[in-house]
Write a protein that binds this ligand. Structure first.
Ligand SMILES: [Zn+2]
Length: 458
């Protein structure tokens, strides 16, 4: 089977080639979830193998190994897989494996000329980093939708050049991802949950999310907003995921739990029932978050709060796979919108550390939420979900936020703790100052509103 790449996918490949030609040794492709990065990079694998180059394709979970292997079969790329216990074909030029298994079988494999790191935002993890540096002469290619790490380290330590594909908004516009409606009906109380390694502690998080009322809310809003749609629920843990499935079933909505410890047959059977619509809710803890693709998802139910933008975008991205006529529904019961914004907010990525640059800085306007139907939307005169018109006070703020689109980035970057508020001409700038000085929430918009009021009086 030959594959016809979309123009932006072709452009990524060209960009990568150019970077290598100019002397880069490691290149990072940045493409949103659903943009087809596996297929795009497969074309590179194919070309390299045809030139008798040895290629390693490294993932961090076995589901992703199986998925890459399937793609290679479909594209007619001969390859071996490296699995716990054995190497299927050590002489194949292309090898697909998880980082761990490959790291354990280095002696059985020919030295790589090209190493591809799937989900490359994990590159700083010990085993990844070790493998990266073990073959200094090999070219490296990283693939990711979110090129930054929870600990703030930029990926510039590993990759010389980043080649960016289209944004989520552009992919939606082009029909490569489906449009969506985002609702944030409730927020969990996470005051008792600590942070480890930059994200919520799993055990405490599962406990916080295990209250029946939380899932009860999700069921109620599923019924109201997307009844009968096939939805994937993202849970805080395996046990939590089982509870979610059980509670939906008890409410008469057919649901199943799936996890990575199940056999491939069991999982595939569950996915088949989901595709057929016999099962409406497929609940999981980690399985579908990253990479593992299930077509036919019409809605996502977020029940796993996370500080990881990568995870948030991947979970939302699962629902955006396009089907004719589909508008995806995202029900956020995890409060993730507050940390990470909407899936198609424009983010400015770069390879620098985050002390220098705010993480995935959102360059667009902030969102507002409808009090009536919980729809989360960009400032507009009325709610696109139900037509509700927010009261007058809120509309004034809306106008204020509209000006954010024209924020001058250079001004914001020059702001320090010492900058006087009077030197700052935008609301976003005032917010930056407030953050730097540790001022209370609301200070910036208060100053801004006062200014607007004065401006009108003058
Ligand atoms: Zn509304």
């Amino acid at each position: 089977m030959t594959v016809t790449l979309r123009p932006y996918q072709q452009a990524l490949i060209e960009g990568g080639r150019e970077a290598y030609r100019q002397g880069a040794n490691s290149v990072l492709f940045c493409l949103p979830t659903g943009g087809g990065k596996t297929v795009t990079a497969s074309t590179i694998v194919h070309g390299a193998a045809q030139r008798r180059n040895t290629v390693w394709w490294l993932c961090h979970r076995r589901e992703l190994v199986a998925q890459a292997s399937r793609t290679f079969y479909d594209l007619g790329i001969p390859h071996g897989t490296v699995q716990a216990g054995h190497v299927s074909d050590p002489r194949a030029l292309v090898q697909v494996g998880s980082i761990q298994t490959v790291a354990n079988r280095l002696d059985q494999l020919p030295e790589p000329g090209l190493i591809i790191f799937d989900e490359a935002h994990h590159i700083g993890a010990g085993s990844w980093d070790a493998l990266f540096h073990r073959f200094p002469r090999a070219r490296k290619l990283g693939l990711t939708a979110t090129p930054w790490r929870l600990d703030g380290q930029g990926l510039g330590r590993w990759f010389n050049v980043m080649v960016e594909g289209p944004t989520v908004a552009e992919l939606i516009e082009a029909g490569a991802l489906s449009p969506y409606r985002y609702f944030a009906p409730s927020k969990p109380d996470l005051s008792a949950v600590g942070i480890t390694g930059g994200d919520y502690q799993r055990g405490a998080l599962s406990q916080a999310m295990a209250r029946p009322q939380i899932v009860g809310d999700a069921i109620e809003h599923y019924r109201n907003l997307c009844p009968g749609k096939r939805a994937v629920a993202f849970a805080a843990g395996v046990e939590n995921s089982m509870q979610i499935a059980a509670q939906f079933n008890a409410a008469g909505i057919p649901a199943e739990h799936v996890d990575g410890s199940m056999s491939a047959e069991m999982r595939d059977a569950a996915v088949e029932r989901f595709k057929a619509g016999q099962t409406l809710i497929l609940s999981n803890a980690d399985l579908f978050g990253e990479g593992f693709d299930v077509p036919a998802i019409e809605a996502a139910i977020l029940l796993r709060p996370t500080k990881s933008l990568s995870l948030h975008l991947q979970q939302c991205g699962r629902a955006l796979r396009p089907i004719e006529g589909k508008t995806a529904i995202i029900l956020d019961h995890a409060g993730n919108i507050d940390h990470h914004g909407l899936p198609d907010d424009v983010r400015q990525w770069d390879l620098a550390d985050r002390e220098k640059r705010r993480k995935g800085e959102v360059a667009e306007v902030t969102t507002r939420q409808c009090k009536n139907c919980f729809y989360v939307y960009r400032p507009a005169p009325k709610c696109p979900g139900c037509g509700h018109v927010p009261e007058v006070v809120a509309r004034e703020i809306e106008v204020v936020e509209g000006t954010l689109a024209e924020v001058r980035k250079s001004e914001i970057r020059s702001i320090t703790r010492e900058t006087s508020p009077r030197e700052i001409s935008t609301l976003e700038g005032l917010r930056t100052l407030a953050r730097l000085r540790g001022y209370k929430r609301g200070w910036a918009s208060h100053v801004w509103k006062e200014r607007l009021a004065k401006g009108r009086a003058a």
